[in-house]
Design a protein around this ligand. Structure first.
Ligand code: C6P
Length: 415
């Protein structure tokens, strides 16, 4: 389902938080890879839920509980359709990408990995897709291995024959990098894994893909797909894990509590069917409802149009930054515009990334600075941190001009 003609001004007006001043300057929000702003439709859905339907799900035999359950489950179905999943029961609500990956690491990995088994990651991963595997490897004797990256932030796939083999049990990779913006060639890796390590399961971290690219878990041929709602116009504290039904059914519960059981005895219990087996306790019902509204909103615009718009703005940003700062700026990540998402990480040779972000903030321009929870990437390039501007469906070339002007202030100060 693709949207009507892309209209950035109308996109922008849908996001109340964009309409404010910071330090006397109109806000330019360029921290979308950390979290996107929320459209009015999502805020209304949250308010509407709490105003008229608020109740616990799957429990009360009363009107409000019925409505809450219906809203919660229909948002699940919406998310399932959004990622090309035929069966909504394959979608487990989580707090976000981090919890989704931990769920697989602990409910799948811990019981299945042993001494000498291998988990394949890349050094381009967010810490959320490294630490859970290190924790599980330490408990099971499995070994974590990494795909390296080249100077342009692309995976070095020539190493795959050496990295993928009989011992590979789990392959966990990001679909799009948060630190460099690389759209990773996941299809090529998955094809290689299916051929050379047929017993391995593949998990994709879709945190940076979901808001920008059409995702079809069937076409991708993955076993698990994880993403966060808040990076795709949805509320914080909600996300999802999609998993193949057979895996989810074979996995032990991740957490115990209400809602995830079938029958409880003194010494043993049985579990509810998936996905409820993995949703112990009162879930984030409002978050799920807000996520459903976010899916509708993003789909009303259409991800191909969003990505095309981002490419235009990112291309303009790279051109302007390089023209203005020449060899004093280093823009990280792939050179080819079609190889990157809306993320533009950069370093200036005259200022530390944190100083850059602080001065930009005083000019009303919000960017992120730091290691972006990707310390292996920083180590690879020998830098402690980078500054990162990340663009979305409401950013314009005017925002880029404001960024470049504000960086001029950084130059005045430090240059
Ligand atoms: N990246 C960024 O500024 P959570 O926190 O669970 O919603 O998402 C974690 C996560 C996992 N994988 C990738 C690729 C990510 O980008 C993120 C979150 C933010 O880049 C916060 S560090």
């Amino acid at each position: 389902m693709s949207g009507v003609a892309f209209d950035v001004a109308s996109n922008r007006s849908a996001f109340p938080a964009l309409d404010q001043e910071v330090d006397g300057h109109p806000l330019v929000y360029l921290d979308n890879a950390a979290t996107t702003q929320k459209p009015r439709a999502v805020l209304d859905a949250l308010e509407g839920y709490y105003t008229s339907d608020n109740a616990n799900v799957h429990r009360g035999i009363h009107e409000l509980s019925r409505r809450a359950t219906e809203a919660y489950e229909s948002a699940r179905s919406k998310v399932a359709r959004w990622i090309g999943a035929e069966d909504p029961t394959e979608v487990v609500w989580t707090r976000g990408t981090t919890e989704a990956i931990n769920l697989v690491a602990f409910a799948y990995g811990l019981d299945r990995l042993g001494e000498g088994d291998e988990i394949l990651l890349s050094i381009l991963e967010h810490h959320s897709n490294i630490i859970p595997w290190q924790l599980v490897a330490a408990r099971t004797g499995a070994r974590v291995r990494y795909i390296e990256i080249d100077d342009d932030g692309e995976w070095i796939l020539e190493d795959l024959p050496e990295l993928v083999g009989k011992r590979t049990r789990i392959v966990a990779l990001n679909h799009v990098s948060n630190a460099l913006g690389t759209i990773n060639p996941v299809e090529r890796v998955i094809g290689h894994v299916r051929m050379h390590a047929p017993g391995a399961v593949v998990l994709l971290d879709g945190a940076q893909a979901m808001a920008h690219m059409d995702v079809d878990v069937g076409e991708l041929d993955v076993d698990f797909y994880a993403f966060s709602g808040h990076k795709a116009c949805g509320p914080t504290g909600i996300g999802a894990l999609w998993g193949r039904k057979a895996h989810l059914e074979a996995m032990a519960p991740y957490q115990g509590g209400g809602e995830m059981i079938s029958v409880v005895e003194r010494d043993r219990s049985t579990w509810a069917a998936v996905p409820h087996k993995f949703e112990a306790g009162t879930p984030n019902i409002a978050g799920a409802v807000g996520m459903g509204a976010a899916v509708d909103f993003v789909e009303s615009i259409g991800k191909p149009a969003i990505l095309a718009h981002e490419r235009g703005v990112v291309g303009y940003a790279i051109e302007r930054l390089e023209a203005r700062f020449g060899d004093r700026i280093r823009i990280w990540g792939p050179r080819a515009i079609e190889r990157r998402s809306g993320v533009v990480p950069f370093s200036l040779d005259f200022a530390h990334p944190h100083d850059i972000a602080t001065i930009l903030d005083s000019e009303g321009v919000a960017v992120r600075a730091g290691h972006h929870c990707a310390q292996l990437v920083m180590k690879r390039y020998g830098v402690p941190a980078t500054a990162r501007a990340s663009f979305y469906l409401y950013n314009t070339t005017d925002d880029v001009d404001r960024l470049v002007d504000a960086l001029g202030q950084v130059e005045n100060f430090f240059g």
